[in-house]
Design a binder for this molecule. Structure first.
Ligand SMILES: NC(=O)c1ccc[n+]([C@@H]2O[C@H](COP(=O)([O-])OP(=O)(O)OC[C@H]3O[C@@H](n4cnc5c(N)ncnc54)[C@H](O)[C@@H]3O)[C@@H](O)[C@H]2O)c1
Ligand SMILES: O=C(O)C[C@H](O)C(=O)O
Ligand SMILES: [Mg+2]
Length: 603
């Protein structure tokens, strides 16, 4: 990694705001003296100018020299580099956690500097503050816990949430990510320790969508855990009781949603990492009432759809040929079913027959191929259940190898949470695919839960595959100067834009139309040349630009569907009059960018 101050300057210029050269607008602070130094929203560490030190009662509380933002930035990056050097050769988990700690300490102390280093170095830092390290952080939460972040609502707070919500110190909240910790990545039920996920997702909201960090709120809904190990751990920080079920569970979520919308009626709520039954139930329950979405079902679906459409393009075929792609999905959970539902909508939009849209889809769960013969067939999976024998020899419960051999799919997509399930034999069988460029998506997280590694995919399935994974892998050297490109098929390419588009349009709801528009914009982002090289998604380095485009697409659809009520001083009529280009400009202009703003004290 090359860290240079020059890079800081270049990266800083990329943000649109800085081009105005204007002095940043002042921030109002209601504190004075040491209280400011202990508030990461306002703290500038040694960066407080002398006049500000005088005005805010800070004189004498800091060493006399004023250090510039650039110097503070360079100093942090040097510490980070040293840590990288000093931990060389140590196990990955130790190194990743050490990196997470140093970033987290900065986060706790000085948010402006933290978000600036995050934005400027997003490709290197996303794997630390987000997937995959965030999974490790959740697993080790009790030991890592120093300071709380976000809010915790537990089953014990029933009847109190309406008043508790006013304990949050910020006046305004725009973006909320909530989990109940019941399905954290592919790591299962982690109870209260799942709070790391909303924190990581919201960091991506700040980095990618420019949501102001003073207006984000990570939420943990602690309704107990069924993880026996945690229940027996004396240091476990959550409720030590089995999970609430049925109406008791829903009453808690209902109360939370009412409380949130009483205090912040326009806040957007993203549901994250709920076990499947509650993921679907809460989505159905709230999506017509509140501005909310479920990222695992809907965000994932859009990213996968963009990847599937890109796959069609890699084969040099027109997009409409998507209707002819044979797709095997491994994992019939919230994510897998979300992907197939969106794929059906895409087929219908391309003029395909909705009734026959599922003809080319094959769905497996832990018991193998799902057919109509399945005993206790889950109603959510029923639309994708095959008829036995509609491809020769295909039958209920066929294992993955049998399905691949009989179907010869164009795409193999894993959302099972089972690491290594695309083993050598499975990958080799993809060589018989009917596609000249078979696609393999190992979308489960974190890294050890990925269905296969990138190296194994190219090694066993062949160098001409297209590859995507939920967690990041290095590109693969295929020899002779050829590179096997690794796409990070992760919902981070969509959820920030969906949330931002909803926020800036003032959408009452998040509709299928908005989600489709977001996915289609992502799908069309790549050039034909990139697609030919197997590159389906843009570099994480350009995530702000992608998010602006995706956000604008969602916003325009909200306007077209008559759902946009406007945001701040921009009303629905003005939104309606904006051209496509102006919408993107409007979205970009509204992204928060971390700079030290002058602090003005008000009682
Ligand atoms: N890349 C992304 O953006 C993204 C987004 C969402 C979820 N995910 C990942 O997808 C995984 C699943 O998430 P989910 O919410 O759908 O979980 P889930 O628990 O709802 O579903 C998991 C599904 O996998 C099936 N399964 C388990 N073992 C299997 C096996 N051996 N063979 C075939 N199927 C098997 C289960 O029967 C179930 O249908 C997680 O690892 C999660 O991290 C990735
Ligand atoms: O969190 C991620 O990286 C993607 C996704 O939401 C998941 O649950 O795995
Ligand atoms: Mg998730």
């Amino acid at each position: 990694m090359m860290w240079k101050v020059a890079r800081f300057a270049a990266a800083s210029l990329r943000g649109s705001r800085r081009l105005s050269t204007a002095i940043p607008a002042p921030s109002i602070v209601h504190k004075r003296g040491a209280d400011i130094l202990h508030d990461p929203w306002f703290n500038k560490d040694t960066g407080f100018p002398l006049t500000e030190r005088d005005r805010l009662g800070l004189r004498g509380l800091l060493p006399p020299r004023v250090i510039s933002f650039e110097q503070q930035y360079a100093r942090f990056m040097e510490s980070y580099q040293s840590l990288e050097k000093n931990t060389q050769g140590q196990p990955d988990s130790i190194v990743s956690l050490a990196k997470w700690r140093i970033l987290n300490r900065l986060h706790d102390r000085n948010e402006t500097l933290y978000y600036r280093v995050l934005i400027d170095n997003i490709k290197d830092f996303a794997p630390i503050i987000y997937t995959p390290t965030v999974g490790l952080v959740c697993q080790n939460y009790s030991g890592l816990f120093r300071r709380p972040r976000g809010m915790y609502f537990s089953a014990k707070d029933k009847g109190e949430m309406m008043s508790m919500i006013y304990n949050w110190p910020a006046q305004k909240v725009d973006m909320i990510v909530i989990t109940d910790g019941s399905r954290i990545l592919g790591l299962g039920d982690l109870g209260v320790q799942g709070i790391g996920i909303p924190i990581g997702k919201l960091d991506m909201y700040v980095a990618a969508a420019g949501i102001n960090p003073q207006k984000i709120l990570p939420i943990m809904l602690d309704v107990g855990t069924n993880n026996q190990k945690l229940l027996e751990d004396p240091l476990y920080l959550g409720l030590r009781r089995p999970r609430l079920e049925g109406d008791e569970y829903l009453e808690i979520v209902d109360e939370f949603m009412e409380a949130i919308h009483t205090r912040w009626p326009k806040a957007i709520v993203q549901f994250e990492d709920f076990q499947m039954k509650w993921a679907f139930e809460t989505l159905q329950r709230y999506r017509k009432k509140f501005c909310m979405f479920n990222d695992d079902i809907q965000g994932t679906a859009g990213v996968a759809l963009a990847g599937l459409l890109g796959t069609v393009r890699t084969q040099g075929r027109p997009l409409e040929d998507f209707t002819k792609q044979k797709i095997v999905v491994v994992g019939a959970g919230s994510a897998g079913l979300g992907v197939l539902s969106m794929a059906v909508q895409a087929v219908a939009r391309m003029g395909g027959n909705r009734a026959t849209a599922t003809n080319n889809f094959f769905l497996l769960d832990k018991d193998g191929l799902i057919t109509k013969e399945r005993k206790n067939l889950d109603p959510a999976a029923a639309p994708f259940a095959r008829n036995q024998g509609d491809i020769e020899g295909l039958k209920e419960g066929d294992n993955l190898i049998e399905v691949i051999k009989k179907v010869r799919p164009h795409v193999l997509l894993g959302l099972s949470g089972v690491g290594g399930i695309f083993n050598e034999e499975v990958l080799k069988s993809m060589r018989e695919s009917d596609s000249p460029k078979p696609a393999i998506f190992a979308m489960s997280n974190p890294t050890k839960n990925a269905e296969c590694t990138a190296i194994d995919a190219f090694k066993h399935a062949g160098p001409n595959i297209v590859f995507g994974s939920g967690s990041p892998f290095e590109n693969v050297d295929l020899g002779n100067g050829k590179v096997g490109h690794v796409n990070q098929a992760n919902n981070m390419y969509l959820f920030p834009g969906i949330g931002l588009g909803a926020l800036l349009s003032g959408a009452r709801l998040i509709t299928d139309g908005m989600l489709q528009a977001a996915a289609e914009r992502l799908a069309s982002y790549m050039t034909d040349e990139e697609i030919q090289d197997g590159i389906l998604y843009p570099s994480v380095n350009s995530i702000r630009h992608i998010t602006a485009e995706v956000g604008a697409a969602a916003l325009r659809t909200a306007v077209a569907e008559g759902l946009a009520e406007g945001h701040c001083e921009v009303g629905p009529r003005e939104l309606q009059q904006m051209s496509e280009e102006e919408t993107v400009e409007y979205v970009t202009r509204n992204m928060w960018f971390p700079v030290y703003s002058p602090l003005v004290h008000e009682k």
